[in-house]
Design a binder for this molecule. Structure first.
Ligand code: HEC
Length: 276
């Protein structure tokens, strides 16, 4: 009975070696980052000790400048630092980390290795039990993330770290987990004067009498907003149309020079005309 238990235990340890290859570095089994997508599983599946979520800091920095960011931009590359603080100064440490798109099980963008880490599929992990950069009781691994080109969702980053006692056994270790949510940075589109829009607009008759006919010859993109301004910039008429040709009534306007401002999405164009 005892022997049988021993055999099962050794087998489990060998299996652990094969799936994890821990001492040579890296956790290859699926999600052990503590994420909800991974069923909150973390390294305590094998390493004994309690999971604590207080000592892992996840920091996201711009890859090119190293400046920390609190939001991400589409298509940009970032360095993600996983920092474990442990005053017991463990001689062997490791981590696993991944990103998820919101609450879904999709991993956004692509990962590449940086200091002390390697990439296995959609997960980053240590390259060896001493691959962390150590500095006054902090242990740091870095990997790079290139954000996808299209998504508007929040990205959630999860990491688990093992502060191991290096007894060549999975007992007596301490597991830490941490997470960070990153929102996409939305830059409002800037309004600009469009030569294309201006060239596409025909006004007739000019001078106009009762109605000003506006025709957009090509490049018509849906709803257009029109504003007629006098030479003091005061808006004297507004008009909206969803078709490529429209008539704007000039009823009640004094004769003279006017400016028509056409806005279509973030493009604007101005044209002058006169009323008889
Ligand atoms: C399937 C079981 C299993 C899981 C899950 C597991 N490990 Fe291990 N790990 C082991 C075993 C067995 C050892 C001991 C063998 C050795 O020393 O390499 C070990 C050793 C280590 C070591 C080397 C230090 C030491 O004590 O030898 C590190 C670092 C490590 N694991 C990190 C992790 C991290 C980080 C996770 C979670 C992301 C994790 N492990 C999850 C089984 C596991």
């Amino acid at each position: 009975m005892k022997l049988k238990n021993f055999t099962i235990l050794s087998f489990a340890l060998i299996a652990g070696y094969i799936t994890l290859n821990s001492s040579s570095g890296g956790v290859t089994s699926p999600d052990l980052t503590g994420s909800p997508q991974g069923g909150s599983a973390n390294c305590t599946q094998c390493h004994t000790g309690t999971a604590s979520n207080s000592s892992v800091i996840i920091m996201v920095k711009d890859f090119a400048t190293g400046v920390p960011v609190s939001q991400y931009e589409l298509g940009q590359t970032y360095t993600i630092d996983i920092i474990l603080s442990d005053a017991s100064n463990p001689v062997a440490t490791g981590f696993q980390s991944t990103l998820y798109t919101g609450a879904s099980s999709a991993h956004p963008g692509t990962l590449t290795a940086n200091t002390g880490s390697k990439i296995q599929g959609s997960f980053a992990t240590h390259t060896s039990k001493t691959s962390a950069t150590v500095s006054s009781s902090t242990y740091k691994w870095s990997y790079n993330w290139t954000a996808p080109l299209t998504t508007t969702a929040t990205v959630n980053i999860y990491a688990s770290c093992n502060s191991a006692n290096n007894d060549m056994n999975s007992t007596g270790d301490v597991i830490y987990t941490g997470s960070l949510s990153l929102q996409q940075k939305v830059t409002p589109a800037s309004i600009q004067e469009s030569a294309d829009l201006k060239n596409a607009v025909q006004l007739f008759p000019n001078p106009a009498v009762n109605d000003l006919q506006v025709q957009i010859q090509n490049g018509f993109k849906g709803m257009n907003n029109y504003r007629i301004m006098d030479l003091f910039g005061r808006v004297v008429r507004t008009h909206q149309s969803a078709s490529a040709q429209t008539a704007i009534s000039l009823d009640g306007l004094a004769s003279g020079q006017y400016i028509l401002m056409i806005s279509q999405g973030t493009d604007i164009a101005m044209k002058s005309f006169s009323k008889q």
